[in-house]
Ligand binder design. Structure first.
Ligand SMILES: Cc1cc2nc3c(=O)[nH]c(=O)nc-3n(C[C@H](O)[C@H](O)[C@H](O)COP(=O)(O)OP(=O)(O)OC[C@H]3O[C@@H](n4cnc5c(N)ncnc54)[C@H](O)[C@@H]3O)c2cc1C
Length: 322
């Protein structure tokens, strides 16, 4: 049978990878371009101070049968996080979407598993697309369709759209290492969250609650700063604000002062979409997009969205085949 395609996907985060796998399984010739040196996007893990630390996706849920099946088929090494998450008032709140899961090797490992068998060009940024009568030109190649799996503002730039489907908030993430195991309230609790903007921190996660992640007698937190704080400290050297986040984290988790042994930061330029409805956008023929500028910003939802967009692309190929 003649292969329909080829198709390009820009971005190898979870949505781009799930879209690519669905197209690949349908026999479509698909190529991914990824700007970074590795796959996963905001589903990111790094080795820091000898610890394995998730600094984008902290945990994921599996509420739909399709996503559960995908996890069971591709990834056996995921585990539930048993310890509770406390809200603003210090009360335990259960996840409304069922158990919170993590991957033993780091959450980014899910992206590596999803990338198997795919044609991926790493360290290759796609900046613009030219729409020609012969197809869509991307990085010198002609494609029958191009799918952006990047955050909305980057998708808008790629396809030269008048607006992004949604604006994004930046997110500063701090890594904080303390001497001792289970410092303060972290012995019993996995995470604390604060909605409503009364703190500079919106969530703080203790990585010790993921088995085998933290080495030595240490406790490690991954701290997410609020959108307001992340905007205020844009372009400012991390040394200026790391101590602010460190002090607040100690206060909120009731950690005695003087135990901090190391700190570092990462800044997500496009952290999460702003709350509120998405704007409808007009895409040129052959252009598609997937990910959290179309759906809720969770791993499960962007994975499902990648599969949905693959179906739209297959329809497009069927309707435009000569
Ligand atoms: C701090 C933080 C914590 C989060 N915590 C959770 C959580 O606990 N649970 C949860 O379910 N979700 C969480 N999320 C949300 C989740 O990370 C996202 O919804 C999801 O990872 C988005 O996946 P994606 O594939 O749509 O986009 P991305 O992961 O952003 O993938 C887009 C990819 O495009 C690449 N790219 C960008 N520009 C170009 C270019 N010009 N050319 C080629 N490639 C390009 C990027 O490098 C990236 O790899 C969190 C997000 C953040 C920021």
């Amino acid at each position: 049978m003649k292969k329909p395609g080829p198709i390009a996907i820009i971005g190898a985060g979870i949505s781009g990878l799930s879209c690519a796998q669905a197209l690949h399984a349908a026999g479509v010739d698909v190529r991914l371009y990824e700007r970074g040196p590795t796959v996963g996007g905001r589903c990111a893990t790094r080795l820091w101070q000898g610890h394995l630390v998730d600094y984008g996706v902290q945990y994921f849920t599996a509420t739909t049968s399709d996503f559960k099946r995908e996890l069971l088929n591709r990834l056996r090494q995921f585990r539930p996080i048993i310890s509770p998450v406390l809200d603003d008032t210090g009360t335990t709140f259960p996840s409304p979407s069922g158990p919170r899961f993590y991957v033993l090797q780091g959450n980014n490992y899910f992206a590596h598993v999803l990338s198997r068998g795919l044609d991926i060009r790493l360290n290759t940024a796609a900046k613009t697309i030219s729409f020609l009568s012969s197809g869509l030109n991307c990085l010198g190649e002609t494609y029958r369709a191009v799918i952006s799996s990047m955050p909305g503002p980057q998708t808008a730039r790629l396809f030269d759209l008048a607006r992004s489907p949604v604006d994004y908030e930046p997110c500063i993430v701090a890594f904080l290492e303390y001497a001792g195991v289970g410092v303060g309230l972290a012995r019993e609790n996995y995470a604390r969250t604060w909605a409503g903007g009364q703190h500079n921190i919106i969530a703080s996660f203790c990585e010790n609650h993921k088995v085998g992640r933290i080495v030595g007698q240490k406790t490690v937190f991954v701290v997410q700063a609020s959108p307001a704080f992340s905007r205020e400290y844009e372009g400012v050297p991390p040394e200026t604000y790391l101590s602010i986040l460190g002090r607040e984290n100690e206060e909120l988790w009731r950690i005695p002062s003087g135990l901090l042994t190391a700190g570092s930061v990462h800044r997500w330029v496009f952290g999460r979409p702003q709350d509120g409805p998405r704007h409808p956008i007009d895409l040129p023929a052959g252009a598609f997009y997937c990910g959290d500028s179309r759906t809720d910003s969770t791993v499960e939802n962007v994975w499902l969205d990648g599969v949905n967009v693959a179906r739209e692309v297959l329809n497009h190929l069927a309707n435009t085949s000569s």
